[in-house]
Write a protein that binds this ligand. Structure first.
Ligand code: NAP
Length: 514
């Protein structure tokens, strides 16, 4: 039997009482560890976090909590090698892809440590200026943001066991709100190990950080009105969460990051032999292959002017054919595995569905390096294409969570932007071109339906941070289908973990407050 990982709840390590769910190596097929949450007293654990962890964090100032984030960074840096080993084994990712998750998480924590330090030694945040409520300026209203006195429950997706924890935990802990994380079962090991290291290092007060691994059954039942839930995962699970009585009846605040059919658009001003064309090709291939396309922000639809459809297909296909796929332990491999057999099957099903509505421009069938095709959950990248983008409803609606994208032609900019909007709200769209005015105008046109618009012009070719990379300084989330959530965006992220209140009082009282 493999090791059964413990949960950390109520200030102590607690093993589930069941046999546990096994986690596997998606390349070699070996069982690695097991997780289980059967029999945990969730209500008592949540109460401990709420009362002990919350009180201890709120007793500290923003600056002191920012210092705790910096301490977590040190703990994680010291154990980085172990995290890479776990990611290789459990997520089947090559080193560069593991870095997106592991170092991306550590970088995000470090960024919030710096941002938090600027908030100083205070216990709440003013929100705007005091405003007078009548003719006499003596009686005014001052809005304040105070940390919510509940827990922050994170229910996370399988593709970012590290970053998914820390991008949420950094603003929550900085805000003074204790965290309980429930990682996706398939890759829970890395999250559990990171929490274990931080707990064992003793850098956080008791109850500030807890982890529950295994079945999510009953997880939302103990939530109370001042708690918050941040969910990342599929739209189907999001719908179940939204309808839970904690949210529907007890007004627990919820943030949803769901799936998204993201776009990349080459604007019509730039032809096939331009830097903008090359940048689009490069980015499309990178987004299809990083983490085997298992990124919520990955490019799923690539829009090019009609006249460039054939050349774009050829250029993207040529680059894809150089991508080696297989065992991430082999240095010649550029793209590792999907995280599980279930995901492998889901990607195959999604691909089969899209193939009914699109042609294959570059086929995934290829030799796997150092991996047994009967065991390894590896799949090569597939570029699909449609010539009638208006009729391609399946392409605008379907997120295949793997190395799959579809090329679509458009007539003019207005047509391209209308097609992008068929995604019904996405996390990110990227625009490629060299005409600054056209790029700016298109970016604003897409802003209402996208959490982020990433503009790549030749002058930032070496500087831009990547279509799919979520930077802590910028908003992450998207309207509509993408879940309607908002994360990160620098200190904006703290709002979710605070309550806003208007204090109406005399100027003297408000001055005393300040
Ligand atoms: P999922 O199946 O919806 O699972 C997400 C999380 O929800 C897991 O921790 C899962 O636990 C838990 N869960 C499942 N049923 C639940 C329930 N009834 N109540 C409470 N929790 C429940 O999604 P996934 O397959 O892990 O992730 C892939 C999807 O996530 C993709 O569609 C992707 O686009 C999306 N995603 C979005 C973002 C973003 O930021 N917008 C980021 C990453 C991924 P178990 O694992 O134990 O079932």
């Amino acid at each position: 039997m493999t090791e059964l990982l413990s949960n950390y709840l109520g200030g102590k390590w607690q093993a589930g009482s069941g046999a546990g769910t096994p986690l596997f190596d998606p390349v070699l097929g070996d069982e690695l560890v097991r997780v289980d949450a059967t029999g945990l007293d969730l209500a008592a654990g949540f109460a401990f976090a709420r009362e002990q962890g919350g009180a201890a964090l709120r007793a500290l100032t923003y600056r002191k909590r920012a210092a705790l984030l910096a301490d977590i960074v040190k703990v994680l840096q010291a154990n980085r090698d172990a995290y890479y080993d776990i990611a290789t084994a459990n997520s089947g990712t090559v080193r560069n892809d593991s870095a997106v998750d592991i170092d991306g998480g550590i970088f995000t924590l470090g960024t919030y440590a710096k941002l938090g330090d600027t908030l100083g030694d205070r216990h709440y945040l003013p929100d705007g200026e005091a405003t007078r409520l009548g003719k006499d300026p003596l009686f005014q209203s001052q809005h304040v943001l105070v940390p919510t006195r509940g827990v922050a429950l994170f229910i996370n997706a399988f593709n970012f066991p590290s970053w998914g924890l820390w991008e949420k935990a950094a603003p929550a802990l900085l805000a003074g709100v204790p965290v309980i994380v429930k990682p996706a079962t398939a890759t829970a090991w890395l999250t559990q190990r990171m929490v274990r290291d931080v707990v064992e290092a003793g850098v956080l007060p008791a109850g500030a950080l807890s982890v529950v691994c295994g079945s999510p059954a009953g997880l939302l039942d103990p939530l109370q009105p001042f708690d918050v839930v941040s969910f990342t995962g599929s739209a189907d699970t999001a719908a179940v969460i939204r309808s839970h009585p904690a949210i529907a009846q007890r007004s627990v605040r919820v943030n949803i990051e769901a799936d998204s059919v993201n776009s990349a658009v080459l604007l019509p001003q730039d032809g096939p032999d331009t830097a903008a064309f090359d940048l689009l090709v490069k980015e499309a291939v990178r987004e299809m292959t990083v983490k085997s396309g298992q990124k919520c922000t990955a490019i799923r639809r690539v829009f090019v002017p009609e006249a460039l459809y054939g050349q774009a297909a050829e250029a993207i296909g040529a680059r894809l054919s150089k991508v080696t796929v297989g065992n991430p332990r082999n240095d010649t491999v550029r793209m590792g595995a999907l995280v599980s057999r279930a995901q492998f099957n889901a990607v195959q099903d999604g691909l089969a569905y899209l193939r009914k509505h699109a042609q294959v421009l570059h086929d995934a069938t290829q030799h796997l390096v150092d991996a047994d095709p009967a065991v390894a959950c590896c799949i090569g990248p597939t570029l699909l294409g449609v010539t009638d983008a208006d009729a391609a409803a399946a392409v605008h609606d379907t997120e295949v969570f793997g190395p799959v994208a579809t090329l679509l032609p458009y007539r003019d900019t207005a047509h391209a932007l209308a097609l992008v909007r068929r995604g019904q709200g996405s996390l990110v769209a990227s625009l490629y071109g060299s005409d600054a005015a056209a790029l700016g105008a298109a970016a604003v046109e897409l802003a209402d339906s996208h959490g982020r618009v990433h503009v790549i012009s030749p002058d930032v070719a070496q500087l831009h941070t990547g279509h799919g990379n979520v930077m802590p300084q910028s908003l992450h989330g998207g309207p509509g289908r993408a879940g309607g959530g908002e994360e990160l965006g620098g200190l904006r992220a703290l709002h979710f973990y605070h309550r806003r209140s208007a204090i109406q009082a005399s100027t003297a009282v408000l001055d005393a407050l300040a």
